[in-house]
Design a protein around this ligand. Sequence first.
Ligand SMILES: Cc1cc2nc3c(=O)[nH]c(=O)nc-3n(C[C@H](O)[C@H](O)[C@H](O)COP(=O)(O)OP(=O)(O)OC[C@H]3O[C@@H](n4cnc5c(N)ncnc54)[C@H](O)[C@@H]3O)c2cc1C
Ligand code: SF4
Ligand code: SF4
Length: 1009
Amino acid sequence: MTLAASDPALLDRLEAAAPGRVRSRATDRLALAHDASHYLLTPQAVVSASTIEEVARLLSEATADAPITFRSGGTSLSGQAVTDGVLIDTRRYFRRIEVLDDGRRVRVQPGATVRQANAWLARHGRKLGPDPASEAACTIGGVIANNSSGMACGIRDNAYRTLESATLVLPSGTVIDTSRPDADEQLREQEPELYRGLLGIRETLLSDPALAESVRTQFARKNTMGYGLNALLDHETPAQMLAHVVVGSEGTLAFVAEATMRTIPLLPHAATGLLYFDDLESATSALPALIEAGFATIELLDAASLRVAQLDALAEEGLRRFTVADHAALLVEFQAATDGELDALVAAGQPVLDALPLTVPARLTRDVSSRAALWHIRKGLYAAVAGSRPQGTTALLEDIAVPPEALARTCRELSVLFDRHGYRDSVIFGHAKDGNIHFMLTERFGDREGLDRYPAFTDELVALVLAEGGTLKAEHGTGRMMAPFVREQYGDELYALMVELKRLCDPRGVLNPGVIITGHADAHVRDLKSALPVEEEVDRCVECGYCEPVCPSRDLTLTPRQRIVLRRELAAAEHRGDERLVRQLEREYEYDGEQTCAADGMCQTACPVAIDTGALVKRLRAERVGGLEQAAWSSAARRWGRVARAGSVALTVADRMPEPLVTGASRAARAVLGAERVPEYRRPMPAGGPRRSALQAEKPVAVFFAACIGTMFGAEQGSDGERGMGSAGALIELCERAGVPVRVPDTIEGLCCGTPWRSKGFTRGFESMRKRVRDALSEATEGGALPVVCDASSCTEGLMAMIASDAAGPPVAEQPANESAGGVEHSLAGGASGLQVVDAVSFVAEHVLPKLEVTAPIASMVVHPTCSSHRLGTTSSTVAIATRIADEVEVPADWGCCGFAGDRGLLHPELTAAATAPEAATVAAQDFEAYASSNRTCELGMTRATGRPYRHVLELLEESTRTVDARVDAATVATLSASATPSAAPDVVGDGVRPAQGPVRPIRTDRGR
Ligand SMILES: Cc1cc2nc3c(=O)[nH]c(=O)nc-3n(C[C@H](O)[C@H](O)[C@H](O)COP(=O)(O)OP(=O)(O)OC[C@H]3O[C@@H](n4cnc5c(N)ncnc54)[C@H](O)[C@@H]3O)c2cc1C
Ligand code: SF4
Ligand code: SF4
């Protein structure tokens, strides 16, 4: 079936309500048809609403009776964020975060992610209560609408308990701010029927103690089935009832335009351990004692999970060697505000642990990497099973809760169900403390067998869980998945009250119909997602959306998930023989999918199954490359020294010409040859940089591979007002100052890390460069005896990948360290050649920094991490250097990849502009004395975005650690260099000549000199 055209009258009305915000191309609609659930519905249009007024107009006037669904992070698992009506994207614009009362409360808009809010709160030692595992990608809007929780928060700190007030837009367009003293009056005046109805439902519940008790019992544990009628018992005023019943209502009652949440203390000190038990019964019997002992998290792993965990790369020796039979494990963690408090918790908890019938004695660890390894195992379960599922299957995650005493029995029965229905490899894990467990099924919804098996399994699951007094959804929301079973869980009377609540809020039934309340007994098996086998990256993707917030093109064109699902949609259209749609999708993908992908691999750092969508895009680009271009770039590889110099001269000449002349010429050339081939010249743009050349050294400790981007793009002004020496010059100067000898290969001028060829798919040129680099470095490093140091983080990464592509084994550099996930820095890469590469910031932090004295400290510095430093795990070294020379160092909470990506920022400046907008706004809000990064093109991208001079942190270090003599020397040389012509520009690293001749969680650190 082809994609039906959107209703033009509807599109006109939407456009009138939200001008310029409506998208309805096939790409827009199909990209957003997918969320993390196993349901697929294609919207007629996507509207990125930007103001509360726009939302009110869309709800009240524009859509008439077309269904409306809000989409935020799209990480929902139960089908509540998809629609065949109008999808309102609320993540693009509603992102403001305002910390109140020194962090004890936060006012936040719904499009901000939990991680972003927590990054701001961390400065105040606070965080949000809800702690979903999806915190990097899920948003406040989704957390409130799903009443999300997580490992530690239970029902004490979930969204329902921590919501203080909300600004709501009702389907009628009425806006109610429940924080206002007159909120009830407003509600009574503007929505009299709703006002009376809320009081009426409360009255019904209160007048029937058995009914009220049933509600209290259902919501005394984690429960996201149906509407949270407990809100009408816990609160007395209609405005507060409304605010709290909207929590968990999955976008079916109102739009949450803003919320004020109470926060909880951040507990940074932790002790973690994996407790092994002989069987599930002994593990679950231990729960009361462990809860009593004060463990903040108690995560269950069944025997199947333990077997999967044994394969985890970070699994400790004990776990690997463990012979798993019927065993089960509990991952437990104490959390405390101070070390002293943690000591007390551990001391009191030890006797409890000693008394448990454990298979091996308990051991709690405080070591950061051991703890990270344990959590990696637990969090990796989903990825391990989902990532290795058979091609063409869809993964779905179930989420039930039963009373703790029924947990072991339920787990056993579930295993029986898996066997009976042939669901192999299903693992059971989850938040044992709350009786809340998850298990994943992989199903083939394209086959009749799968379509029959899934509902049969679900029927038995429902019977099992309800017989144990449990809930069918504990934290993921009812969605479409469990909507047909709400009545069964609550009974007719409570269900009728829920239906009445929906009618009162949404009389036209336009908000997310089919979710929570449905008239279809088979709603859970309608509109299921099936997956055709496509290609390696695409087939592994579970569409979870974790990768979206880190993607530099997310606000311009597509996210990594959208790039992947469009490949699926293209394959499906081809399979159906829908030629028109195929042509349309291919046409739109060229710019949206390929040209505006920075290919920076940031998506891989966030992906639970380690998919690098950038690698997919590079492959697609390679398929487009013609023979002529291949030949031209192969030739460039052979003459790289000259090409780089020519680029440098061109920039210097352009720098001296009137701007309109150069921009006009570049625009004209782009018009003729295409925006993908000719860079756009736009100021600020530096002049060209100096040449690279060899440097001899006696007993060198490393080989310095000066990146060619330092030749192409000259440095920013230094603190003395003269052109800076660039990162290469700074590194040589610093090494000399610290007495750390380094050598530069004889043929450096013609060498490159290969990224320009690899990123564009010029395989022949890359191959030729790879051979030359390998030969040159093998000789310079004396067969790999010396490490190779590179001064631009993206080139360090490129060099690692190039060298690793020589290796027989898996390329080390292709496995991201992912700092945000607590990864361990690894800036070295081995290859068949035995070469090791280290980024300059890590080399300097370890070997040079300790030998320097700070003579001219900097008051304040902002650091922009780069995608490469993040992937390599070297941002901490940049921050360490910054911290040594600056009194105050800040990494913006909303830092992200700048999207400059070598030349992408020149070819498509709109990509860098979109990628840097949030960080630029943060940086602009405050003045800093210095702006630092670790890659020349990223510095250029950030300079353009902020209007502030970003420089390599090594240049700043060089200036801050100059002796008086060095200052005079540098000033004299800088004056000389200012008058040098580009072709006569002295070598940066030549012959011992001084080069000068020629924001997660924001890190706020105090200088530790
Ligand atoms: C791998 C994985 C792990 C997960 N782990 C957890 C976990 O540990 N705990 C947990 O509780 N959940 C978990 N989830 C589920 C999911 O991440 C959460 O429910 C999350 O809060 C959804 O947020 P979102 O921003 O993605 O919302 P979306 O999926 O975009 O939307 C969720 C619902 O909210 C509605 N909505 C969105 N914004 C608004 C708004 N402003 N006003 C009104 N309605 C709105 C939507 O219409 C939809 O019904 C996990 C999901 C995945 C994929
Ligand atoms: S690429 Fe990875 S992170 Fe992104 S949606 Fe797919 S599985 Fe999730
Ligand atoms: S490589 Fe970068 S730009 Fe491309 S999809 Fe991944 S994160 Fe987005």
